[in-house]
Each structure stands twice: as C-alpha cells, then as structure tokens.
Design a protein around this ligand. Sequence first.
Ligand SMILES: [Zn+2]
Length: 156
Amino acid sequence: MQRGQGRSDRRRMAGGRLMVKSTLPPRFKVSSAPRFKAVEVKTNTGRHRISPRKRGYDARWDRLAMAFRRTNPYCRFCEQEGRDSLADVTDHILPAHEYPHLRYVWDNLQSLCSFHHDNLKQKLELYARKNGLLDKLVEWSADPESRPVHLRPIPK
Ligand SMILES: [Zn+2]
C-alpha cells in the first residue's frame, strides 16, 4: 500500500514536470528505425519467394539445364506457333514438385522462352493440378491441339 502510493506520487510529480514538453510533437519515434527490415522479411515470405537453391535447383541442375538449352536453344512452344525464339528457361515438363524422380531426367525437359514458361506453361500446370491430369502435361507440351480448348493457341 505504502509502496503503491509512493509510486503514484512519483508519477504525478514526473507528469507535472513533463507537462509543458508533452504538448510538443515527439521528436523521435523509436519504432521507425527498422523499416528496411520489414521489407526484407516480406520478400522472404510466400511460396514463390523461397530461394531456388532451397527448391532443389542446385549446381547439378544448373549444369543440366545449360546443357539442355545448348542442345535445344529454341522455345518449344514458340516453334509450335511457327516462330524461332531463343529459350531462356529449361522447364520440367512434369513438375519436379510432384515428380521429384524426374528432376534430372533429360526427357522430362523442354526449352521455353520466359513468356511461355510464365504464362502458358503455368496455366497448363494449374489446370492439370486442379483436374488431376498432371500426367497429361507430356502430351499437352508436345502437341498444342491436344490441350484443353481454352489453352490452345489462337488459330491464325
Ligand atoms: Zn516461347
């Protein structure tokens, strides 16, 4: 009891002394310092922000992917559309996530331009996953006419 009273007296005194200063806006904000850290944390969250190394893309993959593209320099999907575009992605036809034993298998690879890899191939994978048709990706990748109607190339 006595202690409590003592504390409240001190607080009151301190309050009284700081009264004039406290009407001014604070000059410092303790929480403003680590703003850059919040950004750093954000970039490391989310499924697609995991580093390639952690997803299993190691030195062995780098060598294989480069060798594959040297042998197959053009985008497979662009070729199917009658164009020759240099590929910049070596793609797993059957995704390595679901088919880890095919990660380093040459016949499971195809060269794609980043546009086709990031758009059409992602759509094909998404559709295949949703409908339990992942094994169809082999056929869909080889023959555009075999793809679900909405994912076929637009006829010229
Ligand atoms: Zn392409």
